[in-house]
Design a protein around this ligand. Sequence first.
Ligand code: 13P
Ligand code: SF4
Length: 336
Amino acid sequence: MSNNSLPIRPIWRLQGFIDEKIPEGLDLVNAIDKLKKEKNAVVMAHYYQTADIQDIADIIGDSLALAQKAVGIDADVILLAGVHFMGETVKILNPHKKVLIPDMNAGCSLAESCPAESFSQFIKEHPGHKVISYVNTSADVKALTDVVVTSTNALQIVDSFPKDEKIIFGPDRNLGSYINAQIGRNMTLWNGACHVHEQFSLERILQLKKAYPDAELICHPECKHQIVVLSDFVGSTAALLSYIGRSSAKRFIVATESGILHQMQKSYPDKELIPAPPLDSTCGCNNCNYMKLNTLQKIYLTLKYEWPEVVVDEDIARKARRPIDAMLALSQNFKK
Ligand code: 13P
Ligand code: SF4
């Protein structure tokens, strides 16, 4: 092949996000708003995004809320500010819409801990089992699944299966063990985990509890068992947010990704929130480096160029849609 016939690939296509100088003095918030109107686009954001992104989003929520609100969205373009598997879920639910994410490198250590080929082998090794997968998985893994769950509905969905049903649960071993313990199940667990939630330091949390004896410790079920058993409340991102409103406590040590603290403080300004620290950190809080790849600048450029776009193979998308729809249908039966 001569040099002339080499395909031209702009550098930003190789790096997975658009890196272009923003005109000096450009007001990004107004510019994003203008692009949204021009393109009939909506921005969805997970609670783990930075405060400035949460504040420009049209739809904000935890993984379940984002999946529920993605159904029947009235827009031509959907930009998902979160991580790649969330973009895939939105695309699977909106196959004819353009779904964008600001940075293709926004993966997820939990989703990556469960490659589809190995998971498929695991399923073959456990015949006769129903397969329940956390939403933090690739579309290929969802395509191998009977029902998808999120941390908000996992306990209730597992509990809706007959007690003697044999179940494979993946990929989060901590969430799986938590459910097994809570409702007396013996699900076969995939050995995966989220590097953010596994990082919390028991020692530093105990120091905080000593310094603030009136504070309640609240944590996400992706945390390790030693943090879960110490906690006053365990729940998904949305459940932690609403718990702060319900609790009579004034102070909380929050063991989950620190992005949610923005909504907690906005919703309950009179409560004091102390982020639980990981072992090796000087900042004292715990950020997901994948979630934090997104910026207002990348959102602006992604809307402008309508790239990077999330693409899911049609056959995989069809197979992955069934367990997502099963989750959405089951979730309608649960009390909020
Ligand atoms: P939820 O949004 O279900 O709380 O999950 C947390 C998470 O880790 C998302 O990546
Ligand atoms: Fe994945 Fe953990 Fe980041 Fe959530 S917080 S996106 S589970 S790595």
